[in-house]
Design a protein around this ligand. Structure first.
Ligand SMILES: NC(=O)c1ccc[n+]([C@@H]2O[C@H](COP(=O)([O-])OP(=O)(O)OC[C@H]3O[C@@H](n4cnc5c(N)ncnc54)[C@H](O)[C@@H]3O)[C@@H](O)[C@H]2O)c1
Length: 434
């Protein structure tokens, strides 16, 4: 049997802070509060609903993940966040229009009590939004210090034992890393010099890591994936994960593509388009913000299909992704996929998918699971990139130079085997002997 990690127990309260308290964050908070009130696990969350096999099949040992690994209990969670627009989680939920009033009413008092802190916000990075609840501090280093002070105050006021941050803020405009992102020293100097290449979301990452608080990035913009942040996470001994919650069309893509490849069916083209009308859709209507999202969405097929290894099947793919802002749909996105495949003797076939999904309903359980598992990783003494959580992410970070794994089923195996190893159990190989 493998040796278990020495994992500190999940005693006391865990504060989950979200920079960005919009549709996703308010739906996440509402779902946890409702589940707590009803005494039922929230649906869609792997940490709360999934079982994990331990040992050989014939041992029939299949506990719930939450009973197997010492993750924090839902009863011990406290919520907070920053937003330049929303005043509190109740207002955010009502504005987002994801949940019905009948679901919000029983928890409205608690939702109203989740009051946002003033944001570090700059319209240069999210041109479609006009924020008023913004810190009036002009220097970026001072802004980072103010975020550090916010976290400390939240921790004390709410008597939290630990904190974790999950970025649920808007997608920032497209950006390439620059010299200021190379090292922690360059980044610190850059903040003091108000370097134009430093965006608000990067200040939140810096502030969290300096405070020893794990940080997961749910949006596709640069943040935990910058070299300076990876260095800071490793030197401070803090877990990071990113980026971009794997929901909707990309979730389906990473379910279908491994299936096609498993049976050696060829792919000639994949056209994905969708309509959505929430604030996220409005932000992504700006070409610079959409470009950030497009990069993250386009990356997924390559590592799954391995065109270098299978040039005849996957060497010539047209992959197109479109997002169209269409207000009448609100958060209820509709995504269409047209997949042109081919099989025996090269005969073409088509697959059409019409996914009438709900963006925030798919993203909310990911926020919960990332927060709980990042906290677990921290208590298990882990630091730097948490590859095992790529299961939840559209453009996952990998350690070092290796390519990120995109296949949902390989990601799931890695996720469960990591939990088994940490708890001192053997990895499950699914071989005839296993
Ligand atoms: N819902 C999904 O399926 C999904 C999937 C992947 C990624 N995402 C990403 O998650 C993020 C949140 O999505 P959403 O639907 O809740 O969007 P939203 O627009 O409803 O909420 C985002 C919130 O972030 C706030 N914000 C913007 N800049 C900020 C800053 N600097 N500091 C603090 N707050 C800031 C905005 O005021 C807004 O309230 C987006 O970046 C989105 O692209 C969502």
């Amino acid at each position: 049997m493998a040796e278990a990690l020495d994992i500190a127990p999940a005693t006391g309260k865990l504060g989950i802070l979200t920079p960005g308290l919009g549709a996703v964050a308010s739906t996440f908070i509402a779902g946890v509060l409702a589940a707590r009130a009803e005494g039922k696990p929230p649906l869609g969350s792997v940490s709360q609903n999934a079982h994990i096999r331990i040992g050989k099949r014939e041992e029939s040992n299949n506990p719930l993940i939450r009973d197997f690994a010492p993750i924090a209990s839902l009863d011990d969670l406290v919520f907070g966040g920053w937003d330049p627009i929303s005043a509190n989680a109740l207002e955010a939920a009502r504005t987002a229009g994801v949940l019905q009033e009948s679901d919000i009413a029983p928890i409205s008092g608690e939702m109203e009590g989740v009051v946002t802190m003033d944001a570090v916000f700059d319209q240069r990075w999210v041109s479609r939004l006009d924020g008023t609840r913004v810190k009036e501090i002009s220097n970026k280093y001072d802004q980072a210090l103010a975020l550090i002070a916010d976290m400390e105050k939240f921790r004390i006021d709410n008597e939290c034992d630990r904190l974790v941050v999950v970025w649920c803020g808007s997608t920032e405009a497209y950006q390439q890393p620059s010299a200021v992102h190379d090292t922690v020293a360059a980044f610190e100097q850059g903040m003091k010099d108000n370097d134009d290449n430093i965006s608000p979301s990067q200040l939140y990452v810096y502030a969290a890591l300096q405070s020893g608080v794990p940080f997961a990035n749910g949006a596709p913009n640069l943040s935990t994936d910058l070299p300076c942040m990876i260095e800071l996470a490793e030197t401070r001994g803090v877990p990071i994960a990113g980026k971009d919650f794997k929901t909707g069309q990309t979730l389906i893509k990473t379910i279908i593509a491994p299936g096609l490849k498993a049976r050696m069916l060829g792919l000639r083209g994949w056209f994905s388009t969708n309509i959505l009308g929430n604030r996220d859709g409005e932000v992504l209507d700006d070409p610079e913000n959409f470009k950030t999202k497009e990069e993250s969405k386009l990356g997924v097929l390559h590592t799954i299909l391995q065109p270098e290894t299978y040039p005849d099947l996957y060497g010539n793919i047209d992959h197109v992704v479109r997002i169209n802002y269409y207000p009448p749909r609100g958060d209820n996105k509709e995504g269409w996929d047209n997949i042109d495949i081919f099989g025996w003797m090269g005969y073409p076939m088509q697959i059409k998918i019409d996914f009438l999904c709900r963006d925030s309903i798919l993203a909310a359980p990911i926020v919960l699971d990332l927060a709980l598992f990042m906290d677990l990783a921290s208590r298990a003494g882990q630091s730097g990139v948490q590859e095992w959580l790529s299961f939840y992410l559209k453009a996952p970070q990998a350690r070092g130079e290796s390519e990120p794994e995109q296949d949902l089923f390989i990601q799931q195996t890695k996720f469960k085997n990591t939990l088994r190893e940490w708890m001192g159990e053997e990895a499950v190989t699914h071989s005839e002997a296993g």
